[in-house]
Design a protein around this ligand. Sequence first.
Ligand SMILES: Cc1cc2nc3c(=O)[nH]c(=O)nc-3n(C[C@H](O)[C@H](O)[C@H](O)COP(=O)(O)OP(=O)(O)OC[C@H]3O[C@@H](n4cnc5c(N)ncnc54)[C@H](O)[C@@H]3O)c2cc1C
Length: 435
Amino acid sequence: MSEPKSILIVGAGFSGAVVARHLAEAGHRVTVIDARDHVAGNCHTARDPQTGVMVHRYGPHIFHTDDAGVWDYVNRFATMMPYRHQVKAQVGAQIYALPINLHTINQFFGTALSPEQARAFVATQATGDDVVSFRDQGLRFVGRPLYDAFFDGYTRKQWGVDPARLPASILKRLPLRFTYDDNYFAHRFQGIPREGYTTLVARILDHPGITVHLRCPAEEVEAARFDHLVYTGPLDRYFGHRFGRLRYRTLRFEHERVAAPHQGTAVMNYCDADVPFTRITEHMYFAPWEADRFQRSVITREYSATAGAEDIPYYPVRLLDDKALLSRYIALARQSDRVTFLGRLGTYAYLDMDVAIAQALDMAAHLSECFATGRRPAVFPQTSGAGSAHRVARAAHRADRVFAPLRAERLAQAAHMHIDSARVDIDVAPPYSVQ
Ligand SMILES: Cc1cc2nc3c(=O)[nH]c(=O)nc-3n(C[C@H](O)[C@H](O)[C@H](O)COP(=O)(O)OP(=O)(O)OC[C@H]3O[C@@H](n4cnc5c(N)ncnc54)[C@H](O)[C@@H]3O)c2cc1C
């Protein structure tokens, strides 16, 4: 190997940890810093000291992928326990199954339709030809009764805007299933790490070549002392918000201890606009292998709002104005030397965990090669990352179930986001009404 480099990585989430591990295994000296007091970023889990329940501190995280390489990777560091995600939704005084499936349709309309009858019936509900907005698209796909019940209020709460102002492109597929399949994800590999995500990420970081500093904001470290910086924090923060702030939605979590069991399922969405929260999570159901041992349970109500300067940024908004601002930061970043931006904050994109890991693995391989050959490392993830393109092609090929095309498309978009190029208009749609 060539001379070892000293690398600073900002952010100890999946993106930062995966790159750190790869570079350390290649013989480089890696320093990882994070402003928080724990590793694993937004995937952080911790046992509640009073109940013993493993709590997903920044919202529910379910690992799901079609990428065998990524699945093998996480299984190197954790025992992934079987878990199938099923989501319920409260509309008015009724509880329904999501994604909207044959059971939801028959329950909602008080019918006993077969798949083909339901398809024909829903088609008669569809309204509108001129599709410009998310709302138009929803009405065209599912008709007014289902749209009003399941999409309108939830989307308003989640995104804080009238769905008539969101682009139609967000809702690309008919979000209905004409079967009784209510598994939320259709991926081949799904699970939850037995000891939680924080233990998983801590094990990735557990290498003699890696030093981790917590409660350490990047602004307090002299990056120039290192040969290269991998920055997985917010792109606009790196530049001191010079052109203004990229817009994010933030979340407020209201945790409460209650008698177990409380709601009988992991996630219950609240679709009505007059209920202030979007969903309630009951964490013990993410660990079905231990759920029946708890006398007390932990639930979390989730409220969505526009992120202010002091809030944690969760979902990038990525509407037209935001993308124009993003282009300016990208142009600025491309003039930078010895820095690579990565991860959901560094690229201002919604990334599922598997996509973040795939992108980090590809970037780490690219950096290793650049350090060995003296080539200039990329500033952003590359389209040409053979690993990503290959993985995405495989994932798209395997995505043969009803909801999978939507996921595969997002995966493909995320991995093909050639953010280094002028094509910054590619939208990696956040989960507007899905997740
Ligand atoms: C509510 C919610 C639910 C989700 N559910 C799922 C799910 O079910 N399945 C799934 O696959 N994905 C899910 N995701 C996506 C998942 O959280 C991301 O894929 C993952 O967190 C990406 O990891 P990352 O390392 O890129 O970013 P992060 O996890 O955000 O890590 C970035 C880290 O950088 C640190 N940092 C930022 N700026 C600085 C700075 N200036 N100095 C020092 N440190 C800094 C932060 O503290 C943070 O720890 C969900 C996301 C959200 C918001």
